[in-house]
Design a protein around this ligand. Structure first.
Ligand code: FAD
Ligand code: EPU
Length: 321
């Protein structure tokens, strides 16, 4: 380990964290590929996060790894996961202005959610309280922080449309509260300030939305189960849909269902889901992604744009495709 990494590691330990050296990324991402991260650290509060930022080492945020393609060479610097206080849920209630409360007594309010909380846990809690608003994330694996960064969504909508505010920590260690006007939410992408780490998210929730969403959520989950290969490791849709068409239809029409490179395969069930059928490497997945993209371009003249985020050290010229 370099002196720089050893020094950073010591600082993180002094701040109460337990950095893991050479953490194998294949253990953390949905695709189960990727080499070692120099350091991986679970961060429990804003003070600890500020200590990570102060090291000045490159930071890669790891939500739940459900949209990450980590390279076989691994990631230099620090990979950060949000835990502890970043997994809390409270409310801003018009009936109790100025403070956060555990339950919402009004019909409409803001759920204040730690960015490390899993979407599924948020939906479960809101449902128990008779609250809705985040039905668009039903069946989307991952954390709230990852959902904001990706502007995650489904045919039920996108998270960007539900946001009241997003709190971030900037590379200078300062925090900022962003309003929806400060963020450019596009299809599967949100433009945040460079290097911003999402720490907390405010989402509009209401009792009316709960009643409205319930049936649609069930229908949507059934649709997903019937159309997506949810029992095999993937990162969901590999490519974004091009305007006016879908990546799944195009890859399917190019005859690529079942096409395999090493341990990586284009799913027989849904052609935009690329699955790890055993011992795929990140390079296998890269080759498969490139092949699908090149074939669709050649056959139909459409350029597909990856939805998944490639992280870590890749051979020069690999990305963008
Ligand atoms: P990660 O994959 O860990 O990270 C994604 C990006 O966000 C990375 O660039 C990462 O660095 C960044 N990031 C993560 N946390 C933070 C943070 N706190 N601050 C700043 N940046 C951060 N997506 C959809 O939109 N709709 C779907 O229907 C859908 N279905 C899926 C189904 C399956 C089976 C799978 C495996 C994936 C699916 N996805 C879907 C993709 C994925 O779940 C979403 O993009 C999800 O929002 C990613 O969240 P994550 O926490 O796993 O983020
Ligand atoms: N199709 C094919 N062959 C296939 C797969 C799909 O012809 O192998 C056709 C279907 O018949 C359908 C069309 O393509 O007519 C669209 O397919 P589907 O309804 O499965 O939706 P999608 O556009 O592929 C999108 C999101 C998913 C989200 C679902 C459901 C994108 C890139 N994908 O998929 O999000 O879960 O709608 O809401 O926008 C993700 O982003 O990771 C993701 C999984």
């Amino acid at each position: 380990m370099s002196w720089e990494l050893a020094g950073a590691s010591m600082k993180l330990i002094m701040a109460g964290m337990e950095p893991v050296k050479d953490a194998p990324l294949a253990h953390y991402g949905y695709w189960r590929v990727g080499g070692p991260a120099d350091l991986l650290v679970d961060v429990h509060d804003s003070e600890q996060l500020a200590a990570v930022v102060e090291t000045d080492l490159p930071i890669t945020m790891l939500g739940n790894g459900s949209n990450l393609l980590a390279s076989d060479a691994g990631i230099r610097g620090i990979v950060v996961r949000l835990r502890g206080n970043f997994r809390a849920l409270a409310f801003r209630d018009p009936a109790s202005p100025g403070c956060l409360v555990d339950t919402l007594s009004s019909d409409l309010g803001i759920a204040v959610i730690g960015a490390g909380m899993m979407n599924s846990a948020v939906l479960r809690k809101l449902n128990k309280m008779g609250l809705g608003g985040l039905g668009c994330l039903a069946g989307v694996p991952g954390t709230l922080g990852g959902a904001i960064r990706m502007n995650a969504g489904t045919r039920m909508g996108e998270i960007g449309a539900k946001v009241a505010f997003v709190r971030v920590m900037l590379p200078n260690g300062k925090t900022a509260n962003l309003t929806p006007d400060d963020i450019d939410f596009q299809y599967r992408r949100a433009t945040l300030p460079d290097g911003a780490i999402v720490t907390r998210v405010g989402i509009w929730v209401s009792r009316a939305a709960h009643a409205e969403e319930r049936e649609a959520i069930q229908e949507h989950l059934t649709y997903r189960k019937n159309t997506q290969p949810l029992d095999t490791p993937s990162c969901g849709s590999t490519f974004k849909n091009p305007t006016g068409d879908t990546a799944g239809r195009l890859i399917d029409a190019a005859g690529l269902k079942g096409y395999t490179v090493g341990g990586a395969q284009i799913s027989e069930k849904h052609a935009n889901f690329f699955v790890n059928v055993g011992d795929a490497t990140a390079q296998d997945l890269y080759a498969l992604i490139k092949h699908a993209r090149d074939t669709v371009l050649e056959e139909f003249g459409v350029t597909l744009e990856p939805e998944v985020h490639a992280v870590g050290d890749w051979p020069e010229g690999s990305w963008p495709l």
